[in-house]
Design a binder for this molecule. Structure first.
Ligand SMILES: [Ca+2]
Ligand SMILES: [Ca+2]
Ligand SMILES: [Ca+2]
Ligand SMILES: [Ca+2]
Length: 354
């Protein structure tokens, strides 16, 4: 399993390996085609073996039908939906029973005050490009509380300031970008330049790596591994993957208040990877400025942060770095924006929790 995750996700690896890993996750249509062709039910003449890893009767080629989570026998089609931040009945929607209510997402921002934080990882933690751990001073800024949603991105597109996503589906949903029920889900299939264009239109810019990691880690002396602290990652805090997979796709932004960072930002870990402004340099922390670093002046790969709905806990750590070509896009990649401080904060805008 660990090998599988490494190949698929590029677990906090250096640039070259992470780039190689990108091939496995970037093109959704190819991934779909591969899944379909592996399913004996769709392959004429193939033997009809039932591959049911968790023994609930559902799986590839099984008479009852496919399983959306073959690690967990309590999750399968026909199961009753429970309020557990997972898709128990495999209909592609999480906690969709009427009694499972999620907070209504909004376009509010959190405020991250001026101050130092501890960026990166100690020897023995994470990947080499996360080291050394170093103190970074970051000036105040605001950050979108949520990942940029389909709803917000569509307004930008309609205004003529954004170009459409490369694909209008999601990993498991044929219709996504044009489907009203997913308006408050994160926009996906957008490259770095599209993300940057949206943030300019919205009056901000992509956060720097340091801004993103500070918003996730909180002020010094915090060294917590996750935005919510040091408690283990699970579906109540992050839409994650691996054996504890929650959704197997994107989810409503802000569904998991327990995953809030010290400043109140949600879904920094999991759901979708988030483009940040910086070029990638695996050795940057050795020589980066101590105040408001903005990354190398040039490069080939851009950084993304936070892991996604496919990621295991190691990749959800706040210090994990992933690098991709700026032209890359994926069913698991989105972004959020940073803004200069609005003075004074008004209405629902600008109200950080701390
Ligand atoms: Ca199964
Ligand atoms: Ca199952
Ligand atoms: Ca559920
Ligand atoms: Ca469901």
């Amino acid at each position: 399993m660990r090998q599988y995750m490494r190949v698929l996700l590029g677990l906090c690896l250096g640039g070259a390996l992470a780039f190689a890993a990108d091939v496995a996750w970037r093109p959704a249509p190819v991934a779909h085609a591969a899944e379909v062709s592996k399913n004996p039910a769709h392959a004429a003449g193939a033997p009809s073996a039932c591959k049911d890893e968790d023994g609930d009767g559902y799986g590839l080629g099984c008479a009852l039908g496919p399983d959306c989570n073959d690690w967990d026998g309590a999750i399968h089609p026909g199961q009753r939906e429970r309020c557990n931040f997972r898709d128990d009945d495999c209909d592609g929607a999480v906690d969709d029973a009427p009694e499972c209510r999620a907070p209504a997402p909004d376009e509010s921002r959190v405020r991250v005050p001026t101050g130092a934080f501890l960026m990166g990882s100690l020897p023995g933690e994470g990947a080499a490009d996360e080291r050394p751990r170093h103190t970074v001073a970051v000036g105040s800024f605001e950050l979108d509380r949520h990942e940029v949603t389909v709803r917000r991105y569509r307004v930008c597109e309609q205004a003529g300031a954004c170009t459409p996503p490369a694909l209008r589906s999601s990993h498991r949903r044929e219709r996504y970008y044009d489907e009203p029920r997913y308006l408050d889900y994160p926009v996906i299939f957008v490259g770095w330049h599209q993300a940057a264009a949206f943030c300019r239109w919205a009056g901000g810019r992509l956060p720097t790596e340091a801004q993103w990691e500070k918003a996730a880690r909180g002020p010094a002396p915090s060294v917590a591994a996750f935005p919510w602290g040091s408690e283990p990652a699970d579906c109540s805090r992050a839409n994650m993957g691996g054996p504890g997979s929650c959704v197997g796709d994107t989810d409503l932004v802000g569904r998991r208040p327990l995953g809030a960072s010290a400043y109140g930002a949600l879904d920094l870990a999991g759901n979708v990877w988030e483009w940040v402004a910086d070029w990638y340099d695996p050795g940057y922390y050795e020589r980066s400025p101590a105040a408001d670093p903005r990354g190398p002046g040039a490069g080939r790969l851009k950084v993304m942060r936070g892991g996604c709905w496919q990621s295991g806990a190691d990749t959800l750590r706040v210090s994990c770095r992933k690098a991709e070509l700026p032209t890359a896009w994926g069913y698991n990649v989105g972004f959020r924006c940073a803004y200069p401080l609005s003075i004074p904060p008004k209405g629902g805008i600008g109200g950080g929790r701390s």
